[in-house]
Design a protein around this ligand. Structure first.
Ligand code: NAD
Ligand code: UGA
Length: 462
């Protein structure tokens, strides 16, 4: 029998919503709080405002069975009062100087403090930081909760709460799978009771003993990494920075492959079989984007500079990534020469497939550069099209890939959606200017098949 926790999740975005839905799914009673009333109204009506496969079904199922609730900022007080555990899952965007902007986390911590001041508790409240935050943020949250207690006239008793770091490792597009079948759960705290409580909260996931209709990954149990606050916070940044560096590494190798006449896909396969390296995140192309790698690598670089440490490897990781965007333009220029007056189709606009997220999407940067060079840029995305049109004034968005290709001098595969991978190449060639150029920014198409259809193929490092 699962011990039921009363859980509050503050911030109902990609992470908060997925966390809330999964905790409800494994047997807890969860209320998600968001300051965005429109988002709350949609969620309360059973509509999930983000595109994440399977999430809406899980939200609706748990809302119907009375384990998942939503409320606006006005509901925060009641949620915190009733909760055993409160997750902070608000956004921590990149500040102007590259550091993580903690203002949302700080606001939530203070509000929690003011609730604690008004209502003494029998058991300490667990405040769990799921947002990605730099080392020291656990202590910062403790301080701000105490400030909130003080300002609301409470005693500022630290016994009223415990702060835990529980970083999130989900990937957008695979969020439910990653949350229910994680590679590991990381918990950082300076309190044994808090860690024990968190272990019980996650027990159904650790033991893999919850009801699900997802295809489970056979796993005996999920490893738990129990550590101090600072190490837990650092694990999150180190993981993202390592993955971004791995991609930049293969992009560097792919550029060398082009010079020496090797095929990076074969090289990646060859090195990936070494268990110490592993086959994943060795996909060369236009580089990494998204809501997290760019801001998290920037935040880690910013922390390094705070300590007067020059993060040369992280600097290079970013420089290589910047250069990959530019290489798309060079490849187009190589075959088309001037891009003025040329029609270029961008296939896929979201920062990766299976998400509508456009934060730091390579497509937007590439579209902007092409537009400034005088090209006519037409973009297609099965999900993120409308939002992309709002974000990129120089981009004309259409909702059919073949409409994007009609009359195009070149097409660039920016995001490897299934609809893009399964393109009818003959039809594409017949619609494009002759001979159409296809720049495969994700090395996702079969070069021979593209050439057989009558198109000119340019990949990355192959
Ligand atoms: P998001 O922007 O999708 O969602 C954040 C939500 O928090 C928004 O709905 C916003 O309205 C709400 N919010 C902000 N301030 C609030 C406040 N004071 N009170 C109530 N609600 C508030 O962000 P996200 O992508 O879910 O990311 C959240 C955190 O998790 C970030 O630190 C991010 O780095 C980290 N993270 C994200 C992912 C991911 O794949 N998106 C994965 C791992 C970790
Ligand atoms: C990433 C991490 O994978 C998650 O573990 C982490 O929780 C999350 O960031 C976060 O902290 O927010 P996500 O940004 O959803 O997840 O997407 P990824 O699948 O990691 O892809 C990131 C970027 O790298 C995408 O632009 C993708 O196209 C690119 N990528 C990925 C490559 O260019 N090559 C690859 O081989 C893999």
């Amino acid at each position: 029998m699962v011990e039921e926790f009363k859980v509050g999740v503050i911030g109902a975005g990609y992470v908060g919503l997925v966390t809330g839905a999964c905790l409800a799914q494994i047997g807890h009673r969860v209320t998600c709080v968001d300051r965005d009333e429109d988002r709350v109204a949609q969620l309360s009506a059973g509509r999930v405002p983000i595109y994440e496969p399977g999430l809406e079904e899980m939200v609706v199922r748990n809302a119907r069975r009375g384990t998942l609730f939503f409320t606006g900022p006005g509901g925060l007080r009641e949620v915190v009062r009733a909760a055993d555990v409160v997750f902070i899952a608000v956004d921590t965007p990149q500040g102007e100087d590259g550091s993580a902007d903690l203002s949302n986390v700080a606001a939530v911590a203070k509000s929690i403090g003011s609730v604690l001041a008004a209502a003494p508790r029998e058991k300490p409240l667990l405040i769990v930081n799921k947002s990605t935050v730099p080392v020291g943020s656990g202590d910062y949250v403790s301080m701000l909760v105490c400030d909130g207690i003080d300002e609301a006239g409470g005693a500022g008793e630290p016994a009223e709460f415990r702060v835990v770091s529980n970083p999130e490792f989900l990937r957008e597009g695979n969020a439910l799978y990653d949350s229910l079948f994680p590679d590991r759960i990381v918990l950082g705290a300076d309190s044994r009771e808090a860690l024990e409580a968190m272990r019980s909260l996650y027990d159904p996931i650790i033991a893999q003993s919850f009801p699900t209709d997802l295809d489970p990954r056979p796993k005996v149990s999920v490893p738990l990494v129990v550590t101090d606050l600072a190490s837990a916070e650092m694990i999150k940044y180190a993981a993202n920075a390592f993955l971004a560096t791995k991609i930049s590494f293969i992009n560097e190798v792919s550029n060398l492959c082009e010079l020496v006449g090797a095929d990076v896909a074969n090289v990646a396969a060859g090195i990936g079989l070494d268990e110490r390296i592993g086959p994943r995140f060795l996909g060369a192309g236009v580089g990494w984007g998204g809501s997290c790698f760019p801001k998290d690598v920037a935040a880690l670089r910013s922390v390094a500079r705070e300590y007067d440490y020059e993060p040369v490897l992280l600097d290079a990781t970013v420089a290589v990534n910047e250069r990959q965007r530019r290489r798309v333009i060079s490849k187009l220029q190589h075959d088309l020469h001037t891009l003025k007056g040329k029609r270029i189709a961008l296939l896929g606009l979201a920062f990766k497939p299976n998400t509508d997220d456009l934060r730091e999407a390579p497509s937007l940067r590439i579209a902007g550069e092409l537009d400034s060079l005088g090209a006519r840029v037409v973009g297609y995305d099965p999900v993120a099209g409308k939002a992309a049109a709002r974000l990129s004034p120089g981009l004309r968005v259409v909702f059919d890939p073949y409409e994007a290709l009609a009359g195009a001098h070149a097409a660039v595969v920016v995001t490897e959606w299934e609809e893009v991978r399964n393109l009818d190449l003959e039809r594409a060639a017949s619609l494009m200017d002759d001979p159409g150029l296809l720049v495969d920014g994700r090395n996702t198409l079969d070069p021979d098949a593209v050439r057989a259809a009558g198109l000119l193929y340019r990949g990355f490092g192959r």
